[in-house]
Design a protein around this ligand. Sequence first.
Ligand code: NAI
Ligand code: MG
Length: 340
Amino acid sequence: MLQPLRILFRPKWMVSRSSASYVSRMRHLNKIKEEDEACRAALQSGNIFLYHKLAPLLRRTDSGIYQLPALQTKDVEGILEKLGEDKEMVKESILINCTEQNKAQFSFDVGAIEQTAVEELCRGTFVDLRKAFFLLRGSEAPLVARGQALLRWHQTNGFCSFSGQPTHRNQSGSQRVCHSSGITYYPKMSPVVIVLVSDGKRCLLGRQSTFPRGMYSALAGFCDIGETMEEALRREIAEEVGLEVESIQYSGSQHWPFPQSSFMVACHATVNPDKTQVSVDKVELEDARWFSLEEVQEALTFKAPPRNNKGEPTVFWVPPSYAIANRLIQEWANQQHLKS
Ligand SMILES: NC(=O)C1=CN([C@@H]2O[C@H](COP(=O)(O)OP(=O)(O)OC[C@H]3O[C@@H](n4cnc5c(N)ncnc54)[C@H](O)[C@@H]3O)[C@@H](O)[C@H]2O)C=CC1
Ligand SMILES: [Mg+2]
């Protein structure tokens, strides 16, 4: 019998944020999202995060910490001019969010401009986004993911899928319109369920053949059209590992920029401890197996994948702390610890 969903944690924003400042910030953000003139003005005084072919620019500080440099719009215009490009290109920036001080934040892909020339001028390095998730602190990871996802969406939605004609963006980049068909397109996310299955003592993790060596994660799958999240979860676990879940508890959700923006809904689930024999669908997964609390606790201590001198990961490790899979695993380990 599936149990009703239950929120397992109280996100920080529910307790700490002052509602008055939050409301004014959201209204300001909505205005610059919807009104082209307001957005152009916000860009002039805003911050821009740079990308090169969707890889974000990171800067390493003297103390070895990686940061996401927030450039001023004038700085980016200066960089474009120095490299012989049209500074008006900066207007292609896409609105991502705004700071607590109502400063608008944008993402801009320098695209075809030579990577190293931009890196030198910005004193930074363009880093693959998956790698950036291991390097950045918690608050910067969702921002960089959202910026990349929006850039990717614009790069792949330049034409109307009904008329074949070009689509045109508004200033903030929150939508694209086809003037021929009249269709308005909005950035899209695909719903995905991600679930940490437990038999009461161990948890079940799997790996696809495309995962980096040694990495195991919670099981995940895209929802089919017409399915509820609970139905998708039960189906995915049955398909991928041949098990039937008995109870589900909601944990949280996150936007995940891969493969083309997923909306991850994360849950814990249990199976009958007498029915834990795994039968792995080898088309979907290379391996899936039960892990003990001790194994999981060790994997959670790694800040980066442990590697031998050839650079190959040596032991079992889990996704970085920003990934919601990591949080599910962490929550499970905490609960097991409390039980013991
Ligand atoms: N944030 C996190 O902690 C984690 C995120 N994920 C994400 O979850 C996603 C889904 O997990 P999988 O096991 O790969 O899903 P899956 O088990 O549904 O298998 C993927 C297959 O589903 C099909 N598919 C159906 N709808 C799709 C759509 N809208 N987009 C792309 N493919 C679609 C494709 O044939 C694809 O090869 C992954 O792409 C991965 O990026 C996975 C694990 C951890
Ligand atoms: Mg899957």
